[in-house]
Design a protein around this ligand. Structure first.
Ligand code: B12
Length: 203
């Protein structure tokens, strides 16, 4: 388990290193920094105090800035993905399925959740971004999860009526809406997740 508490100095230093590596488009270095820091400080504090603020600052309008944003997010995805990963460990039956909503390319929150769960020795079936609703339905029939977390970054992909229909089709599955894209009111049968720490607790 991670041992070091995250001091303000550590936040600043790790953040600067990540920014510099992103400016250099060094995705391998970013991945290494992310997995080392997650190991040292724990996924939740590192993600909440360093990664999320840095991503939120990403302007990404000019062509060079767009490449920097891609390098940062891709390096982070890989770094989170290798953290405590045992590639041949099977998906646990009756587990947690994580997926991006149809056409949703943002998926880092789900990678952070999967990494934080691995830290607690809990596996998840992460099916990545942009899983069509029909694909999600098929996956639930096959994998039989007890909980399904669907990420939407913007209202364009946060189609509430689809999520409600999906929840109705699987009344015994706990459905959780994650990410800032779910802006419409949700029925009480669907749990809205607002942060990583909460998501780890609830899942
Ligand atoms: C990285 C990134 C990308 C990457 C995604 C890579 C990946 N593997 O995920 C790429 C380059 C693919 C991308 C693509 C696009 N992007 Co983009 N992207 C971003 C960026 C820089 C970071 C997003 C991110 O992952 N943040 C980390 C997450 C977790 O942070 P968050 O959701 O804000 O977190 C909040 C909560 O969700 C919660 N939280 C944090 N962690 C967790 C974890 C869990 C489990 C839970 C439950 C909650 C939670 O706490 C936070 C504070 O409230 C943002 C910039 C920004 N300012 O947000 C733009 C941004 C989200 N993108 C944007 C856009 C427009 C796009 C594109 C349409 C661009 C384009 N023209 O192609 C496409 C989308 C295509 C699609 N169909 O989805 C806009 C969205 C605007 C809007 N609200 O409509 C933003 C805001 C940029 C901007 N300022 O315009 N993007």
């Amino acid at each position: 388990m991670p041992t070091d508490p995250m001091s303000t100095d550590a936040v600043e230093t790790t953040r600067k290193r990540l920014s510099r590596a992103a400016e250099d488009l060094d995705t391998n270095l970013i991945a290494g920094l992310v997995s080392d820091s997650a190991d040292r400080f724990g996924v939740v504090p590192y993600w909440e105090r360093v990664c999320v603020p840095l991503l939120a600052e990403s302007p990404g309008r000019e062509p060079t800035e767009i490449a920097v944003e891609h390098a940062l997010s891709e390096g982070m995805r890989v770094g989170l993905d290798v953290h405590r990963r045992h590639p041949r460990r099977p998906y646990p039956p009756d587990g947690v399925l994580l997926a991006g909503a149809e056409q949703e390319l943002h998926c880092l929150g789900l990678h952070a959740l999967a990494a934080a769960r691995r830290e607690l020795r809990r596996g998840s079936l992460l099916l990545g971004p942009a899983l069509p609703w029909a694909g999600l339905t098929g996956a639930v029939y096959r994998a039989r999860p007890h909980s399904v977390v669907v990420w939407a970054q913007t209202p364009v992909t946060g189609r509430t009526y689809r999520l409600i229909r999906f929840a109705r089709d699987f009344p015994s599955v706990r459905v959780l809406a994650a990410g800032p894209g779910w802006i419409e009111p949700l029925p009480s049968s669907i749990i809205r997740l607002v942060g990583l720490a909460e998501a780890v607790r609830v899942c």
